[in-house]
Design a binder for this molecule. Structure first.
Ligand code: IYR
Length: 253
């Protein structure tokens, strides 16, 4: 019998005796399939753009729900799943959100809240305080982070790594929308506390991102932006030919 790779396999027998575990449902692809799937997804995601000109064409609620279902498969700290996706296609509500967002952004852009460095950074995006798209897009999806949970006796229960968990879910939501041919904008009207009141959410929830979702207007323009090259975002600290068998600490001579 070869030496096992793991001296301390997971789960421990103690955990296995106390909690339910099940076999991992994993699909193993061929090497060719893996490359194809990887490059295919990359090509698809390279076409994703943040959009600021939404069509008013309706979108089936089912498509939004499916994307939320995908987002909710995100990993989360201690599996707390500290996210809530609040969705609306109500015209009056979308209008109120637009007006509140524009009021805040007017102070940002036209008042003192934005310094010159920030203004300069936003220049190439060509954004301003007008947020008509919040009214035109068929759906607004507000992703709330659940800062803590309320227990059965009203006590506060800790959620772990909330920002990280909700950030990952947001990324998966964006990916899921793009995959079905919908567009969105990662919109963070600042400050956005008004969203908690508007959507009647409890004290323990805080708005994280506001996503208008829909189809793009025909002939929508997006800023010409370059994405960093792989070499600029990836650092290799070791590049050894991969061993065909994992090194065995017992085999030192
Ligand atoms: N919240 C403002 C400004 C803004 C800020 C960043 I950072 C952006 O990437 C884009 C816009 C707005 O929504 O216009």
């Amino acid at each position: 019998m070869p030496d096992p790779i793991y001296e301390h396999p997971y789960p421990t027998s103690e955990a296995l005796a106390r909690y339910p575990f099940e076999p991992l449902d994993h699909v193993r692809y061929t090497d060719a399939e893996m490359r194809e799937r990887g490059t295919g997804l990359l090509a698809e995601m390279r076409r994703r753009r943040s959009v600021r000109m939404f069509s008013d064409e309706p979108v089936d609620r089912e498509l939004i729900d499916t994307a939320i279902g995908t987002a909710a498969t995100a990993p989360s700290g201690a599996h707390c799943q500290p996210w809530k996706f609040v969705i609306t296609n109500d015209a009056a509500q979308k209008r109120r959100v637009r007006l509140a967002a524009e009021a805040e952004e007017r102070t940002n852009y036209l008042g003192e809240r934005m310094n010159d460095e920030w203004r300069d950074a936003l220049g190439p995006l060509g954004t301003d305080h007008h947020k008509e798209f919040l009214e035109v897009a068929p759906w607004l999806v507000v992703l709330f982070e659940e800062r803590y949970r309320i227990g059965a006796d009203g006590e506060r229960l800790h959620n772990y790594y909330v920002k990280e968990s909700v950030g990952i879910a947001a990324g998966m939501f964006i990916t899921a929308l793009h995959h079905v041919g919908l567009v969105t904008l990662t919109h963070t009207p600042s400050p956005m506390a008004f969203l908690r009141t508007e959507f009647d959410r409890p004290e323990n929830e805080r708005p994280f991102v506001l996503f208008p979702v829909g189809y793009p207007m025909p002939d929508t323009l997006v800023p010409t932006l370059e994405r960093k090259a792989l070499d600029a975002v990836r650092v290799v600290t070791a590049d050894e030919p991969e061993a065909s068998t994992p090194p065995n600490p017992g085999d030192s001579q």
